[in-house]
Design a binder for this molecule. Structure first.
Ligand code: ADP
Ligand code: MG
Length: 457
């Protein structure tokens, strides 16, 4: 028998990350159970996948029009946008936006500081657009788990993705925003809707493609939403029609139901995160964490002498150093191994040719699993919709946004393939839906304004 080479050992280490078809089917099944728990009146309180109602009752019908302001908070960048929607024969959506930084000390300071900062950015934007004297309707894309009680009220359940500002959890974020605007006494706005980015993404796609009834984000975080039957949403009164539910599926697994497939590296990433034990599925699937999983594997392999000549450099010890964009670069099919080494070099990691082969293998394995897990979750969603409608076969479109989905060389393909295999009765089309947080928020705000006018007349 040939002597076991380093690559064989590495392959053994990575075997845990390779999920079988049965395991993926099991993940799909468990997601379905958690969906049911989130929707059920009696099970909701203890459910991990919360299935929050969004009060978005229909996708756009094309008659939406007007000027809207949108805020996008909860991604890498905080943005303020002006969206001009024209209806009629020539439907157009014109967008202007500015990106603003949210300094770490504001992200993790007090809620008042955070909202004062947000209002300060809006002020700057309105000056820039010359629109300070109009009371514009605003859609607030706030991509954190919120307990909504109406279109314009959302209580922050818990921060995720690195945010930690105090005195916000348990508060209505629309109220916090309105108070911030009042404190400044400089301009007025009509806050109409609080919007999750998944819902914005679905709405943006649905504006172009009527069969879109699902939204998916694969970016910093991972989440999905879809149009559920009112009769199945036991946490909201009424049985007629549909409502979009923000699944908050990132928390899938927080009750331990994915522990059999989580590895020691997943646990290490979780333990050192800002929210240990929370968002376990998201931590296996999304951009914020994939690089960290890779880094933890690399450290372990180095400790065991299979990488970097057994030397753990200060760089490798640095949290966050291995960003997910490096996975995309390293896994690019066009890249020669020498270029992989040069990427590692840029990161301050001296590698041999063998090292670069191993690193590429590690990256590929971690992102492959991420895409499969995301696909298994999506398979559960589309099959649920199909069953809701009593169909043997169903065509459906999913609007997707997120840099991981857009820029990773293999993530989208593997995810699509997984959905196809795990939900063969659904013919799913994925539609890249860019800027849902801006355009989608404006569309939801437009629909909200229209509904309000109908109620008043
Ligand atoms: P957000 O989800 O924050 O609204 P994005 O969809 O742009 O915004 O996602 C940003 C995340 O995407 C980053 O946090 C990072 O993890 C990941 N990312 C950035 N660049 C790349 C890339 N080239 N390939 C894959 N993932 C990337
Ligand atoms: Mg985003």
């Amino acid at each position: 028998m040939p002597l076991e080479g380093p690559l064989d050992t590495v392959i053994k280490t990575l075997a845990e990350f390779r999920l079988t078809n049965d395991q993926l089917l099991e993940v799909k099944k468990r997601m379905r159970t958690e969906i049911q728990n989130g929707l059920g009146k009696k099970t909701h309180d203890n459910a991990t996948v919360k299935m929050w109602p969004t009060y978005v009752r229909s996708t756009p019908d094309g008659s939406e029009k007007g000027d809207f302001l949108a805020l996008d908070l909860g991604g890498t960048n905080f943005r303020v946008l002006l969206v001009k929607i024209r209806s009629g024969k020539r439907r157009t959506v014109e967008m202007h936006n500015k990106i603003y930084a949210i300094p770490m000390e504001v992200m993790q300071g007090t809620g008042e500081e955070l909202f004062d900062h947000i209002v300060q950015c809006i002020s700057d934007f309105l000056d820039y657009m010359g629109m300070k004297n109009t009371r514009l309707p605003l859609g607030f894309t706030f991509s954190f788990p919120c307990r909504q009680t109406s279109l314009d009220a959302g209580i922050l359940v818990t921060w995720t993705k690195g945010f930690k500002a105090t005195d916000c959890e348990g508060e209505d974020v629309v109220g916090l925003l309105r108070e911030g605007i009042k404190r400044r006494e400089e301009f007025d706005l009509d806050v109409v809707a609080v919007v999750n980015d998944t819902v914005g993404t679905m709405m943006t796609c649905a504006y172009e493609e009527a069969t879109c009834e699902v939204g998916l984000i694969a970016g910093t975080g991972s989440n999905a939403c879809y149009m559920e039957e009112m009769r199945n949403i036991e946490t909201v009164e009424g049985d007629v029609g549909r409502m979009c539910v923000n699944m908050e599926w990132g928390a899938f697994g927080d009750n331990g139901c994915l522990d059999d497939i989580r590895t020691e590296y997943d646990r290490a990433v979780d333990d050192l995160s800002l929210n240990p034990g929370k968002q376990r599925y998201e931590k296996m699937c999304s951009g914020m964490y994939l690089g960290e999983i890779v880094r933890n594997i690399l450290i372990d392999l180095t400790k065991r002498g299979f990488l970097f000549r057994g030397q753990i450099s200060e760089t490798l010890k640095t949290r966050g150093i291995f960003e997910t964009k490096f996975l995309s670069q390293i896994e690019s099919d066009r890249l020669a191994l020498l270029q992989v080494r040069s990427i590692l070099q840029q990161l301050g990691l001296d590698s041999t040719c063998d090292d670069s082969i191993i690193v590429k293998e590690v990256c590929g394995t971690v992102s492959h699993r991420a895409a499969q897990l995301c696909g298994a979750g999506m398979a559960a969603v589309v099959d649920k919709i199909r069953e809701n409608r009593g169909l043997d076969q169903m065509d459906i479109t999913v609007g997707v946004d997120g840099t991981l989905y857009k820029l990773h060389p293999h993530f989208s393909g593997i995810m699509h393939q997984t959905v196809k295999e795990l939900a063969p009765k659904c013919n799913v089309t994925f539609f890249l839906s860019e800027d849902g947080s801006g355009k989608g928020a404006a569309l939801i705000t437009a629909v909200g304004c229209r509904m309000r006018e109908q109620e008043e007349s």
